[in-house]
Design a protein around this ligand. Sequence first.
Ligand code: UT7
Length: 325
Amino acid sequence: MSFTRSVVLGCGSALPDRVLTNADLAVMVDTSHEWILQRTGISERRIAAPDETTCDLGLRAAQRALVDAGLAPQDIDLIILATATPDNTFPATAVSIQERLGINTGMAFDLQAVCSGFVYALTTADAYLRNGLAQRALVIGAETFSRILDWEDRTTCVLFGDGAGAVVLEAQEGTGAVSDRGLLASKLRSDGRHKEKLFVDGGPSSTQTVGHLRMQGREVFKHAVAMITDVIEAVFEQSGMTAEDIDWFVPHQANKRIIDASARKLGIADEKVVSTVDRHGNTSAASIPLALDVAVKDGRIKRGDLVLLEAMGGGFTWGAVLLRW
Ligand code: UT7
C-alpha cells in the first residue's frame, strides 16, 4: 500500500536588523531588564524597519528555505503563510510572496491561527500533499507584531518581536512506519470561549481599525502548560512515540517558564529543548520556524531526527506536530 509523507526538504528564516533590548524598553515604559528576563526569559527582540513588512520578511525566509532545499520557486505549487499581521486585509500576503517569487501557477493563501499558525499551516499543507492537491509546499510563518502592540502597555509590549521562518515540504512515498521521514502525527485544537484572554481590539468588520493586542497574561499562562501537554500527549498516542523517543522539542517561544514547565511535565530532557525566546521574544506564527532554522543551521537538528513542535495562542488555538527531519 502506498503511503504519502510530507517531507521537509529545507528551511530558512529572516529577522529585521533592529535589535530592541530590555534596557531600551525600560526607557519607554515602567519595566526593567531583570523583570522581563526573570518572568519571560527574553533579553531582546527584533523590530521591523518602518518600510519592512510581513511580506518582506516572509519572502526572505522563503527564498532561504528554497536555496536550502535546492529548489527553484517554480517547483512550488502551494504556499501557506501563517500570519496574524498581513500587509493588507486582502489580498492574502501569501499571494504577494508568490508573486515576488515569480510564481503564477499553483495556489497561495494565508492562514490565521495566531501563535499556533505554523503548526496549523504545516498540518494543512500536509493534508494537501497527502491528498495529491499539491506536490511541493512552502509553509511560512511571518509576523510584524510590533505594528499591533500598544507601546504604552508594559504588560504586552515587552513580550513580542518580528521575524519569519519557512520550510519546504515535498510529497514523497513512505512506508507508513514512524521511521519514515516527514510529518508523522499532528493534532490541532481551538476553543473560542477564551477569546477575551488574548485578542486584538480592532478589525475591518468591527472597528475598521487595525487595533492593538490585549492580553490577560496570567490567565493565558494558567491554561498554557495544560493545553500544550494535552495536545502533545495526543500526538504521542497517535504515533506510538514517547518523550524518550524525541530528539528535539521545538516549542512556540512565548515564555521560557512555559517552555520549561511543559518539557518538565512531559519528561523531555532540558538538553533536547530548542529555545530562542531570549533573542527573538514571542514572534507568534514565526517563532517555531525561526527556532527550527537556528537549530538546523547550528547542527543540532539532523536528517532523521524526531522533532516535536507545539504552539498555543489567541483563540485559544493550540496544536502539536511530530515529524522526522
Ligand atoms: O503566544 C501566545 C501565548 N502567550 C503567552 O503564552 C503569554 C502567557 N503569559 C505570560 O507569559 C506571563 O503571564 C507574563 C510574562 C505575561 C506575565 O508574567 P506573570 O508572572 O504572569 O506576571 P503577572 O501578570 O502576574 O504580573 C506580576 C506583576 C504585576 O504587578 P502586581 O499586580 O503584582 O503589583 C504586574 O503589574 O508584574 C507587573 N508587571 C510588570 N512589571 C514590570 C507586568 N508587566 C510588567 C513589566 N515590567 N513589563
